[in-house]
Design a protein around this ligand. Sequence first.
Ligand code: GLY
Length: 346
Amino acid sequence: MSELRTVRVPLAERSYDVLVGHGARHELASLIPSSARRAAVITQPGIPVEIDAGIPTDVFQIGTGEDHKHLGTIESLCRSFARVGLTRNDVVIGLGGGMVTDVAGFAASVWHRGIPVVHVATTLLGMVDAAIGGKTGVNLSGSSGDGGKNLVGAFWQPSGVICDLDALATLPPRERRCGYGEMAKYHFLTGDDLLAMDETERIARCVEIKADVVASDEREGGRRALLNYGHTLGHALEIETGHEMAHGEAVAVGLVYAAHLARVLGRIDDERVQQHLDVVGGAYELETSLPDGVDHTRLLSLMSRDKKALTSLTFVLDGPSGVEVVPDVSAESVLTALDAMAASRR
Ligand code: GLY
């Protein structure tokens, strides 16, 4: 096993370690709380990672795809926990990508009013984002204003997280791209030259950046919103394309858009816009343009319904003091930046 990196998420009594590296899964038993006599592993068919928690284990599969990320899945898992006698002292293990860890974390947060959970992230997106920081939840179905993504959930910090880079060798190219979309945002949150780092260092640094942000604002009262860099347009594109664009792909385009918008607002210069293009399109080879034929006015309307936009159009934007939350962006600037982005591909 090559050397593992340990990143601490410092949250007082809820602090925990994230182990990053090839073969990290072999350290799983060291993250299991000593009170646990039994583990419930929540995973999906086809996850190519075998784990050993060192205690008797039951495995529960959930369906693949957002369609299965709903309250019915939580109820069914809780019934399974009841059948095997999972107690408050035991542990849930989420083994999979972001959907699995979101669901496993939420099931753990409500079972017996909350039991420990350990995540074993098997996708890049899970490793650099979803498995870290304690956001858990499921979607609420509904298309007439009574539903939405991740609307029901809880902040429930894991007791530990494993990021075993061996899992990335079998990652389908699209899932890898989605991970790169989330990873790209970290290039702009600090001054680090992430491209100069090898894969292990770079993933560990992304985890460290996220840990630092979460530690300073666990429940997203302010700074944690920076982790949504690129997500305002990203979410709108996911919806507008009927989820044909996956989350990470949409975030990649959203990062480039955020740079154009910051440029329109005079917050950054052309060179900084180019740096966004170089990272997103150059280093990670992700799409940097809006999809053909997408309606800018509809995107504007979707962005004005974004969760950050409590009272006005609000974006996370780069600027002279770094990336920050910027409220009260005018609709005109938003549309001008969309047009600038569309024009730049011609
Ligand atoms: N995925 C953004 C966050 O954890 O806050």
